[in-house]
Each structure stands twice: as structure tokens, then as C-alpha cells.
Write a protein that binds this ligand. Structure first.
Ligand code: ATP
Ligand code: MG
Length: 314
């Protein structure tokens, strides 16, 4: 049966639902759900059975909340907004009521640095090579980070030559999956062992694309790699979608490139939410903060928040 936490996470993931209507259908006192969401009051246990029945009509299922969705943010082109997407999508998902783990699979360590984690003593590469526990650095109550730094680059060939290299992250995340709703993996700008490990461990992948010719040309080889991973190692890997990043909304080149990609890749979900170019994003990263903490009213934060809502609904 549904738990109060799952009910709240479900309702937060669907902000358009009419709470009064659900309360009526479940036969529970009015404002019960409003209070649970806005004042963080408990939903009394006696209402859970009828709430369970009512919410299933709106798409709730236990399976949805049992294990984390593992999503690789991937594009071997550098500087397209992968790390920025992991930070802010992760934050938005956590504020929408989910427990979120961010994994830094890039030896540049940008994700870790953006949260002020430098020179981490315990990092993902050690867990992969020596089967030690997954390091978890708390960022907030519901947002955690597994960090990396340049040491991963020194040990990458050791990982590549290890037995079962490409399955090691998947195995490591099996336990963590029980404790989170979303695990987002920040992939490096390459199709090497770290990206392969990430895709093998993932239930899906999200591809940020800057709508420019140079960014578009490499996309075909990325989708070929995803297809290979699916064929040979991880048949359940899906494409969670394409998100346009660093968009100049009024530039005709960007507009026509986005239209072209929407047409050519119409078999994949392409998000309506786009992330425009904005200096506040750079400023937030200099300040080592996510966009919500740095500038909650910024358009960029709203765009990432909208992306999170769209991704949950997909
Ligand atoms: N929408 C945006 N508007 C302006 N600047 C952005 C935007 N998104 C990201 N940036 C900036 O662009 C740079 C590259 O972004 P990011 O690090 O997220 O890309 P990446 O794909 O992870 O790069 P890499 O391939 O090197 O890992 C960073 O300085 C970041 O602050
Ligand atoms: Mg990056």
C-alpha cells in the first residue's frame, strides 16, 4: 500500500492535479493533502487505503517508487551543459520530493567542484576498483553526491582492464537504487570506459544538445553507441530524451537547428523545456551553488524546474 512519503512524492511530481478533487474521491477530510504538501503535516494512516485507490486512477504505481531510475546525462561533445544539467535537474528533482544521488563519472570533477567538493578522499573510482562502499556526500537532506577528481583519470586504464569493467558501476548501484528515486550520472566528454560504465548502469539516458551544426554532427555516433550498448549489454537502456541547452532563442540558426533535430529524431522524446544561454548559470557555478540556491527567481532555474517536471511525467 502507498506510504505517506510516496503519496507526497507522487503529488509533488504532478503539480497540475486537483488536490480537493482527490480528497473528495478518496473520502478524506478536505485540506489533508494541502497541509501535507505545504505545511509538511503527516497524512494520517487511516486515510492511506482510500488515498491509495484514488491515486492509482491518476497514474500512481508502487513500482514507480520502489527503485531509483538511473539516468546518464551523456554527450561526448564537450561543454554542452551536461554537468550544469546534472546539478540543476538533480536539485529540481529533489525539491519535487525525490531522493536524488548525483554521480560524478568525469575525471574533470566539475560536478564535485560545483558543490564545493575538492580533493575527495573517497571517490567513485575506488568503489569501482576495490569494491569499497559507494561514497555519499550529503548536499541536502535529499540530495547526495558521489564525487570524483583527476585521480580517476590516472586509474581509468586500470578500470578498463579490470574483469567485468563495464558492469562494475551497474553492480555498485544495485544497492544504492533502493535508497534513491533518481540517480543522475554526469558523463565525461568521451565515449570511453567511464561513459560505457554509465550507460550499462542506466535505465535511460538524457542527451543535452546545443542546437549548432558542430554539436549536431556528433549526435549520430552517440546514438549508435547507445544502440550498441543496448544490443550487447543493457537491453533495457532507453533514451529519456533530448534537451536543448545553451539556446539563443531568437537566433535563426538555433531555431532552424532545433526544428531540424525535432524532425530528424522524432522517434525520441524531445523536451518542450529548453535551457537558454544565461550568465546566471556561469555565476552560480562560480559561487559553487545550484541555480535554486543562487537565484531561485531566475529564468534559468525555472527552465530546469520545468524540465524536471516534464521528465517526471514522461
Ligand atoms: N545555459 C547556459 N548558459 C550559459 N552558460 C552555460 C549554460 N550551460 C552551461 N554553461 C556554462 O558552459 C560551460 C560548460 O558547461 P558544462 O560544464 O555544464 O558542460 P559539460 O557538457 O558538462 O562540459 P564537459 O563536456 O567539459 O564535461 C560552463 O562554464 C557552464 O557554466
Ligand atoms: Mg561536464
Amino acid at each position: 500500500m502507498i506510504t505517506p512519503e510516496k503519496a507526497i512524492r507522487f503529488l509533488k511530481s504532478k503539480p497540475a492535479l486537483n488536490l480537493s478533487q482527490i480528497e473528495k474521491e478518496a473520502g478524506i477530510p478536505s485540506k489533508t493533502l494541502h497541509k501535507a504538501l505545504s505545511e509538511q503535516k503527516d497524512i494520517p494512516a487511516k486515510h492511506l487505503q482510500s488515498l491509495d485507490t484514488a491515486l492509482r486512477k491518476y497514474g500512481y504505481s508502487d513500482a514507480q517508487f520502489d527503485k531509483a531510475q538511473i539516468i546518464s546525462i551523456v554527450n561526448h561533445k564537450g561543454g554542452v551543459g551536461k554537468t550544469t544539467t546534472v546539478i540543476n535537474l538533480g536539485k529540481a528533482l529533489s525539491l519535487l520530493g525525490n531522493r536524488v544521488l548525483l554521480i560524478d563519472m568525469d575525471s574533470q570533477g566539475n560536478l564535485s567542484q560545483c558543490f564545493g567538493v575538492h580533493d575527495p578522499q573517497e571517490q567513485i573510482i575506488d568503489a569501482l576498483l576495490h569494491n569499497t562502499p559507494l561514497p555519499l556526500v550529503p548536499i541536502t537532506d535529499t540530495l547526495y553526491l558521489t564525487p570524483s577528481d583527476i585521480r580517476m583519470a590516472y586509474k581509468e586504464s586500470e578500470l578498463a582492464n579490470s574483469i567485468g569493467a563495464d558492469r562494475r558501476l551497474a553492480l555498485k548501484l544495485e544497492e544504492a537504487r533502493e535508497n534513491f528515486d533518481y540517480i543522475l550520472i554526469d558523463c565525461p566528454p568521451s565515449l570511453g570506459i567511464c561513459t560505457t560504465c554509465s550507460l550499462v548502469a542506466s535505465s535511460s539516458c538524457l542527451v543535452p544538445i546545443q542546437p549548432e551544426a558542430s554539436a549536431y554532427h556528433g549526435v549520430e555516433s552517440l546514438f549508435n553507441r547507445i544502440a550498441e550498448i543496448r544490443t550487447y549489454i543493457n537491453p533495457s537502456l532507453t533514451v529519456k530524451g533530448i534537451v536543448f541547452t545553451m539556446v539563443h532563442k531568437n537566433q535563426s540558426v538555433h531555431k532552424s537547428m532545433m526544428a531540424h533535430i525535432r524532425e530528424n529524431y522524432k522517434n525520441f522524446p524531445i523536451y518542450n523545456s529548453i535551457i537558454e544561454v544565461s550568465t546566471v548559470i556561469k555565476q552560480s557555478q562560480v559561487a559553487k551553488e545550484d541555480l535554486y540556491s543562487y537565484s531561485p527567481k531566475s529564468v534559468s532555474w525555472q527552465q530546469y524546474n520545468q524540465l524536471a517536471t516534464e521528465l517526471i511525467a514522461l
